[in-house]
Design a protein around this ligand. Structure first.
Ligand code: IPE
Ligand code: IPE
Ligand code: MG
Length: 234
């Protein structure tokens, strides 16, 4: 079995999924948030150690006020329903993104989820909220520059050293990136971390991405020949 420690998912298609059923886009976000629990359990059962989910991008502020407000209130609803179960299952919540720019109440709920689960050693459930990868890399570069200025770092920095400045510090690289809902693009997600990830694009919308579809993605991943720039093993 090929190791698959870190899976990242671009959870796309909530809005279209809802609209196809005559429901408002927000109904898709609610169903999508419930599916986070389902897929987190499936990931943990599959032995995946890091599941990194794209929930809201730095570009998603362009959406209607109504939709953005709804999404900002979802973490409170989500953790009220599922946090105890996550704690019982030993999951550790990590939130990636610029949390300071979120509404205060949203920020607090996310910070609490991290604090309450920080000693857990099971699945790392990473949720990217107000996350953009270019911004992440830029912030990392600024932080490094400041460290150099203050004499805390020097120009011998290598790739491993730079990774410590990213929001994913301490996580292994992404092995598999899945995007739901048929779109074949990265949308400013984990640009550094997916350098050698296997990519899979599935037609199912995120609320319809079941553990069975997830299992199929992992089975497909197992057929991939990861060479990392080397020569095929024969
Ligand atoms: C993904 O679903 C969730 C977010 C980006 C917040 P979308 O809301 O993008 O759904 P579609 O792609 O418009 O169907
Ligand atoms: C990417 O989906 C962001 C999230 C899933 C949170 P989008 O729906 O925002 O991406 P584009 O606009 O189709 O590229
Ligand atoms: Mg979308």
């Amino acid at each position: 079995m090929k190791e698959c420690r870190h899976v990242a998912i671009i959870m796309d298609g909530n809005g279209r999924w809802a609209q196809a059923q005559g429901l408002p886009r927000t109904a898709g976000h609610l169903a999508g948030s419930d599916n986070v629990r389902t897929i987190a359990i499936a990931a943990s059962d599959l032995g995946i150690q890091y599941l990194t989910l794209y929930a809201f991008s730095t570009e998603n502020w362009k959406r209607s006020e109504n939709e953005v407000n709804y999404i900002m209130k979802l973490p409170a609803v989500f953790f009220k329903k599922y946090m105890q179960e996550f704690l019982d299952r030993g999951y550790r919540m990590n939130i990636l993104g610029e949390l300071d720019e979120l509404p205060k109440a949203t920020h607090r709920v996310l910070q609490d989820a991290m604090d309450e689960s920080k000693n857990n050693t099971g699945l790392n459930l990473n949720i990217c909220m107000n996350y953009g990868s270019q911004r992440e890399i830029l912030l990392a570069a600024k932080h490094y520059a400041k460290d150099v200025q203050e004499g805390k770092a020097d120009l011998s920095l290598d790739e491993k050293g730079f990774e410590k400045y990213l929001m994913t510090a301490g996580f292994p690289p992404v092995d598999l990136l899945i995007r739901t809902s048929g779109e074949q693009r990265i949308s400013n997600y984990l640009l550094w971390q997916i350098a050698y990830a296997e990519l899979e694009f599935v037609p199912e919308a995120w609320p319809a991405f079941t553990p069975e579809v997830f299992q199929k993605c992992i089975t497909e991943y197992q057929t991939r020949d990861r060479r990392f720039g080397g020569v095929k093993n024969v």
